[in-house]
Design a protein around this ligand. Sequence first.
Ligand code: MG
Length: 256
Amino acid sequence: MIELKTKREVEAMMEAGRISAKVLRLVGAAVEPGISTKELDAMAERLFKAEGAKPGFKGYGGFPGSICASVNNEIVHGIPSKKKILREGDIISIDTGAIVDGWYGDNAWTYPVGEVAPDVQMLLEVTEQAMWDGLDAARAGNRLGDIGAAVERNANKHKLGVVRELVGHGIGRDMHEEPNVPNYGLKHFGRKLEVGMCLAIEPMFNLGTRKIAYHDDGWLITTLDGKWSAHFEKSVAITPEGPVILTTEPDHKRPV
Ligand code: MG
C-alpha cells in the first residue's frame, strides 16, 4: 500500500531530508585522494550525532555503516572500510539517510576524486541530469512510467547501461516503502502519481553493461563487466504545487 503523506507529515520529512543532505554535502566535501571510506563513515556518524539524528542505514537489514560508500565499478551498498582508500581519478557514490522523529531521508551523490577521465565525467553529468529529470516528472497526474522514461532517456542518448534490479522507492516512516520507482519505463504507463506520495528517485547508470553482480558480503553490488557506475538520489514530495525536494538544505541547493 502506498502511504500518502499529509502536508504536516511532508514538513516533518523535510527535517530528515535536510540533515541527510547536510551530511552528504559535508562528507562529499571531504572526498580526496588518500582518505578511506571508513574515515568518511566515521565523519558521517559524528555529523548525524551532532544533528541529533540517527543514521538511517546503520543496522538497516544489518548494514554495518552509517553511509554506503561505493567506488568506481561498485554500484551501491559498499560497506565502508579502512582498506578502501580513494585515489586520484576514482569516483565514489556516497549514500546517506537520516531518521528524525521516525521519518526517513535518503539521498546520494557520486563525487569525483580529483580529476576523472572524460568518459567518467560524462557518466557523472548524465546520471545527475537523469535524476533532475526524474524529479521534475514527479507530479500529480503523471505516472510512474513518466519518471522512468524521463530518467532512461538520458542513458539511452549516451549509450549508458541502466541498472534494472535496483530502483527508487517510496519513503516515509520506512526507508523503503511502496511503490518501486524504476529508472526505465514508458511514458503514460504505470501507477498514477498522487499528491502526498514521497519518492526517492535514484538513477544508477553504467559505462558498460546494465548487468550487475552480487558479492559475498551480502551487500555490495558491482557492474558485471567491471566498468564504472554512477548513482544520484534525492527524495521528493508530490504536492499540489509540483515536486518539492525533501533532501535539500535551504542555503545549499546542491550537495556539491
Ligand atoms: Mg534510496
